[in-house]
Design a binder for this molecule. Sequence first.
Ligand code: G1P
Ligand code: ZN
Length: 544
Amino acid sequence: MNLKTVSTQPFSDQKPGTSGLRKSVPDFQKPHYLENFIQSIFDSIDSKDGSTLVVGGDGRYYNRQAIQTILKMAAANGFGRVLVGCDGILSTPAASCVIRENQAIGGIILSASHNPGGPEGDFGVKFNTSNGGPAPEKVTDAIYARSKEINEYKILEAADINLDRVGSFKLGTMDVEVINSVDSYAKLMESLFDFPRIRELFTSGNFRMCMDSMHAVTGPYAHEILEGRLGAPEGTVMNGKPLEDFGGGHPDPNLVYAHDLVEILFGSDAPDFGAASDGDGDRNMILGRNFFVTPSDSLAVLTANATLVPGYKNGLSGVARSMPTSQAVDRVAQRLGIDCYETPTGWKFFGNLLDADKATLCGEESFGTGSNHVREKDGLWAVFFWLNVLAVRGDSVEEIVKEHWKTYGRNYYSRHDYEEVDKERAMDLMAHLRSQFPTLPGQKLGNYEVEYADDFSYSDPVDGSISENQGLRIGFTDGSRIVFRLSGTGTKGATLRIYLESYEPDSSKHDLDPQEALAPFIEIAEKIAQIRQFTERNEPTVIT
Ligand code: G1P
Ligand code: ZN
């Protein structure tokens, strides 16, 4: 086996976004493109000699090839051991779990999350640090800086490793262990949730569930845990085989893309509970029979019911949500007397709060929920949490959420996305909006008075770091909000996200369609941001 040093030239576009470096597959297939970025990661890890690295991905097209390259580069860069998921599969939360369990120095997760896959689809590389969480900004900045200077990378010339089954191999002096992708994660779930109680629910004959893995990474996990350990009947998991192109679908668990599941849950003879997860298994959607739970509400409900679950029976140290996520959980936190943190968009901002035990549960409006059990959001974890709550309370999903609204009031919430908008025009829209900020406060827009208009900036309470320009917020005196952000994960043009929220304490008004309830704010958003004119679109691409 030969250690090779290959000369290369920097690429100028390897800046990690909200969640790692995400590009189209053809971009990643350019000669040296993947290698440059991997070497830039390795160069930014101190004392990697002899250390353990975790590698796995969501099974999308190019996953296997990329893993072989990464293994050979890891061997050439002095790592002592790499743990890699069988078939190259590790969901994002499972990778986080394996990193933590094995005191690894970090992990590389290959995924473009919910973006479509296949030869013309997207691919991505995420680097997680030793706490199991996404690399914080200072690390991704260092990786980016390195990627702009890199002139060589190291790789071992060796045969490919067989990833098809569990086994141990040597690459040069480095150990490669192909591990069962599900085991560690399943054990962790078993330690948090009341499996016997959930099993009873499934075997009672009075409860049916449908889990849509969307031909993405959670298939093997859901089959093993739901149908295996929890006794759900075979067939509970649909689209459970990970496919390189996700069966041609868009593995994003929302009402638009998880349409198979939505049809079943909103059809006649619908099951009691439905859930879906995304490409890499960190997102979740929760449905009841004919009922959709917004991710923001899900976070609030889980927080309010946490002590029913063994892993959280002693209560929560605090909660955290991303800024655009609705303020429903704030109300629960207030009643529980615990802190509620508001962070910028992206799971990496929760890491410090979790490490410092300032927050136990975290969530984002973008179908992400999780806790301190790992350092990623975790789609199946949210499903088991809901199952545990359903098993203990014996109420339906709809009853639980409606009762929650009765207690805390309802935060009507919706996100309007304009995808693949011209980048310049999207930036102009933001600039135009920002230019009105000095004069907006105090103005009456429709029936609502603007209380503040600002560009969200976050000061991390643990390490004091400051993250600026995290979204434009317009808040009204009644607590309603409109937030504008440009996506940091899109790969084509710009994606404009508009987040709308209003609060309704009166339970006789809790049955409106959110688009109807939010109509005045949709109008205000158009008026102040001239969305149609700037995006040249008449309506959003996706409404969630
Ligand atoms: C999106 C979501 C964000 C999430 C991220 C990764 O990022 O909005 O909440 O953390 O994907 O799943 P965005 O495209 O908005 O930057
Ligand atoms: Zn994801």
